[in-house]
Design a protein around this ligand. Structure first.
Ligand code: UD1
Ligand code: MG
Length: 397
C-alpha cells in the first residue's frame, strides 16, 4: 500500500477534532465502566490492601479492587481502532497499528503480572520481544539529530547529526524497557501512578502542538548530497499529528481512572496500568521520532530509577561486599513505600532508595494526599521546564 502523507491529504483540524471527540467518549466510558467493573475484579480475587491507611483495630482492612488499569487499556485500544479507521488513508495508520500491537501486548503482560506475579526477568524478556515491532521502524534509519543546547549552533554551525547504527537500536530497546518499568517502581501512594502518566501524556500533546507551530518534529532523512554528509534535516508535521491523536485518548482514559484512584483510592490501577501506560508513552515517543524528548519528560522517573538501582540489582552484589554496605543496599523488600505514623496520620520515609522517600527525607513527614500532590507538582515542573526550553528554541530535540 502507498501511504499518503497526512500533511498533503487531510484537513488537520478535522482530524484533531475527531480525535478529541473519540477521547471525550473514551473518558466518559472509562469513568462509568471502572466502578461498574471493580466488584468483578474483587470477586475474582484481584484486590489489595491500602498500606498507607491505618489498620482498623476491629476486623480486617478493607479490600481495594486491583488491576482496574485493564478497563482503561481496553477503552484506549478501542479508541486507537477508531483513530485508525479515520486515518486509514494516511501515513499514520502504519504507526498506529504498531502502537496498537505494543499497547495490547503490554496490557496482557501487565494483567498476567497482576494475576500470576510474573518474575522480573520473564517480564523484561517479554518486553524486549514486544518492543521489536516498534524498533523495527528504525532498521537502516539510525542517523539521528542529537539533542543539544541551541547555543551550540552559535559556535559550531547548523548540523549535528550522527549515525549511531546498532547503538541507536539498543538505545531504543532500553528506552522501551525503562518506560515499561519506571512508572511501576515510582508507585505505592494513592494516585501517583496515574497522576504522573497524565502529566507526561499532556506534555506529549503540548510537545506535538509546539512542534506543529515550528513546522514539525525534526527528522533526519537520507540525501544524495555528500557535502551535507548524506543526510538532510527535515521537519514532519505528520509526526506531530501522530503524537497528538494517540496521546489525547491516553490522557482521557487516565483522567477517568484518576477520579477513582486518587486519594482515598477506591480502586488500584495494578501492574496492568503501569506497564501499559509506560509502554504506550514509549511507543508514542519512539514512533513519533522524539525518544530523547520523551525521556526528558521522565526526569523524576530517571532520578527514581538511579536511586533505586542498587536495590534493584542487590542480588548481583556479592554477599561479602554486601555485608559492609548500608542496609538499603542489602536487599529489596516487596514494598519500598513510606510508613504511616499512626499518631500524626502522616507518612514518614523508610530506609529504601526511592524518590518518594527522598522527598519525605528533605521535606519532612506529610499526609498521603499532600505527598502525591507534591510529587505530581514536581513532575509538572520538570515537564514544563522541558517544554519551555523546547518552545523557546533553547534546546533542539
Ligand atoms: C512496586 C514497587 C514497590 C511498591 C509497589 C506499589 C519496586 C521495586 N517495587 O512493586 O516498592 O510498594 O510497586 O505499587 O520499586 N498500594 C498501596 N497504595 C497505593 C498503590 C499500591 O497501598 O496507592 C499497595 C497495595 O497493597 C497494592 C500493592 O501496593 O495491592 C500493589 O503492588 P504491586 O504493584 O503489585 O507492586 P510491584 O509493582 O511489584
Ligand atoms: Mg506495580
Amino acid at each position: 500500500m502507498n501511504y499518503v502523507p497526512l500533511s498533503n491529504s487531510l484537513d488537520f483540524e478535522v482530524h484533531i477534532i475527531s480525535s478529541a471527540v473519540i477521547s471525550i467518549a473514551a473518558l466518559v466510558i472509562s469513568y462509568f465502566s471502572i466502578p461498574a467493573a471493580a466488584p468483578s475484579f474483587e470477586a475474582a480475587g484481584l484486590f489489595g490492601i491500602d498500606i498507607g491507611k491505618p489498620k482498623p483495630t476491629d476486623g480486617n482492612p478493607p479490600h481495594v479492587p486491583e488491576g482496574l488499569g485493564l478497563v482503561c487499556g481496553i477503552v484506549y485500544l478501542a479508541s486507537l481502532m477508531l483513530t485508525d479507521v479515520i486515518h486509514s488513508d494516511s501515513f499514520l495508520t502504519d504507526k498506529i497499528n504498531v502502537l496498537y500491537m505494543l499497547s495490547s501486548s503490554l496490557l496482557i503482560l501487565g494483567f498476567a503480572d497482576d494475576v500470576l506475579n510474573i518474575r522480573w526477568r520473564t517480564k523484561i524478556m517479554l518486553s524486549i520481544v514486544s518492543s521489536l515491532p516498534v524498533v523495527r521502524h528504525f532498521w537502516g534509519d539510525t542517523t539521528v539529530s542529537v539533542p543539544h543546547l541551541s547555543i551550540w549552533h552559535y559556535f559550531f554551525g547548523d548540523k549535528l547529526t550522527v549515525n549511531l547504527g546498532i547503538i541507536y537500536i539498543m538505545f531504543l530497546v532500553c528506552v522501551m524497557i525503562f518506560c515499561i518499568n519506571s512508572i511501576n517502581i515510582y508507585a505505592g501512594i494513592n494516585g501517583l501512578e496515574v497522576g504522573q502518566s497524565i502529566v507526561i501524556g499532556i506534555s506529549v500533546i503540548i510537545f506535538g502542538t509546539i512542534g506543529l507551530n515550528k513546522g514539525g518534529i525534526t527528522t533526519v532523512l537520507p540525501s544524495e548530497n555528500e557535502q551535507q554528509g548524506g543526510v538532510i534535516i527535515s521537519r514532519s508535521k505528520d509526526l506531530c499529528y501522530f503524537a497528538i491523536v494517540t496521546a489525547l485518548p491516553f490522557v482521557a482514559v487516565c483522567l477517568a481512572l484518576w477520579v477513582h484512584n486518587k486519594y482515598p483510592s477506591k480502586v488500584f490501577v495494578g501492574d496492568t496500568f503501569t506497564h501499559w501506560a509506560g509502554a504506550t508513552l514509549a511507543a508514542i515517543g519512539i514512533l513519533g521520532k522524539f525518544p530523547f524528548g520523551l525521556l526528558l519528560f521522565f526526569i523524576p522517573q530517571i532520578v527514581n530509577f538511579v536511586l533505586s538501582f542498587p536495590q534493584l540489582i542487590h542480588f548481583l552484589i556479592p554477599a561479602s561486599i554486601k555485608s559492609h554496605l548500608p542496609l538499603p543496599f542489602q536487599n529489596c523488600p516487596r514494598h519500598r513505600i513510606p510508613r504511616l505514623d499512626r499518631t500524626t496520620g502522616k507518612l514518614k520515609y523508610t530506609p529504601n532508595l526511592t524518590l518518594i522517600n527522598t522527598v519525605l527525607y528533605f521535606l519532612g513527614p506529610m499526609k498521603e494526599k499532600t505527598l502525591t500532590n507534591v510529587l505530581i507538582l514536581l513532575q509538572t515542573i520538570c515537564c514544563s521546564i522541558v517544554l519551555l526550553c523546547y518552545g523557546m528554541d533553547w534546546i533542539s530535540i
